[in-house]
Design a protein around this ligand. Structure first.
Ligand code: NAP
Length: 277
């Protein structure tokens, strides 16, 4: 990040898995440790950040957020309301507050923050952010300006790919694709490993071949400008082995199975948003 583009101070409220992944990403991209503050009641979480040369570490959120340009709310959704209630009075006018909590709508966050001059952004990251391979979608309404959007976007870019959606309802689709998506691939890999063993491989062999195949397929699809269906056709010789497997997927209705799972995820995300409303 160029110095004129970056927030002077970023404060994390909650320093668990996701916050510490983002902090590591920011430090790796050259963000100064003294520009980052974090609050977490867990001494272990604070000690872990101390080892990254961070010094602005607090037990109470209100101590971390003072004078921050960007505050990242990274606590569990269930306690978000109480946490926001405790830090609200310490927010400086003009601060951007970004929540990475699953399911909490922008209107609810804005209602909880209830402070004029605060810009609110909602973000849905996913677990590969922990290894800087995440996919994050962001949403803000039209009251949030370019500068504030840039703060939010460049911060999440430290742990992976980012994009904006133009309607909040699309965050539920994001949940169905990238939010929960890593688990779909894990389930598929588990099934391949199980069946590799059934067909005679050792567990270790099945794991090695499955993981490398998943990684190779994802890299091939993302690093080459070749459409995914073309990549699939390229490995499908007429009358060959892959064709038989793909025909079986088609007969068994793979597309329908995936569609139903994603619909179920989407509906659950909608219900969760209603619960927080
Ligand atoms: N992990 C993911 O893959 C993922 C993906 C998408 C979105 N998210 C969202 O990211 C948020 C954080 O998830 P996470 O996986 O990082 O959870 P986490 O590892 O449990 O981190 C949350 C941290 O917040 C701390 N905390 C509890 N009360 C606090 C308070 N009053 N003030 C400040 N910190 C407090 C917790 O401390 P204690 O442990 O002592 O309670 C914990 O260290 C959640 O809202 C989740 O929905 C996570």
């Amino acid at each position: 990040m160029a110095s004129e583009e970056q927030p002077k101070k970023i404060a994390f409220v909650g320093a668990g898995n996701m916050a510490s992944a983002i902090i590591r990403g920011l430090l790796d991209t050259g963000f100064a440790p003294e520009s980052i503050a974090a609050a977490d009641p867990s001494a272990a979480a604070r000690t872990a950040l101390q080892s990254l040369n961070m010094t602005a570490l607090y037990e109470q959120p209100q101590d971390a957020v003072a004078n921050a340009d960007l505050v990242i709310l990274a606590v569990k959704p269930q306690i978000m309301s109480a946490v926001v209630n405790g830090l609200r009075d310490a927010l400086s006018p003009g601060t951007t507050v970004m929540s990475i909590a699953a399911g909490i709508p922008l209107a609810t966050l804005t209602h909880w923050i209830n402070t004029p001059g605060i810009h609110v952004v909602r973000c849905m990251p996913n677990t590969p952010s922990l290894i800087r391979c995440g996919a994050s979608a962001l949403y803000a309404d039209s009251s949030v300006g370019r500068r504030e959007r840039h703060f939010a976007e460049t911060t999440m870019a430290a742990v992976g790919t980012t994009l904006w959606v133009d309607e909040e309802a699309k965050m539920d689709a994001v949940t169905a694709v990238s939010g929960s998506g890593p688990a779909y691939f894990f389930a598929f890999m588990e099934s391949m490993i199980e069946n590799g063993e059934r067909l005679g491989l050792s567990y270790e062999q099945a794991v090695t071949l499955t993981l490398q195949t998943a990684l190779g397929a994802a890299r091939l699809a993302s690093e080459q400008a070749i459409p995914i269906d073309v990549l699939r056709r390229n490995v499908t010789s007429p009358g060959g082995t892959t064709e038989r497997a793909l025909l079986s997927f088609q007969t068994e209705g793979l597309s329908g199975v995936v569609g139903s799972a994603m619909d179920a995820c989407y509906r659950r995300a909608q219900d969760m948003a209603k619960e927080f409303n």
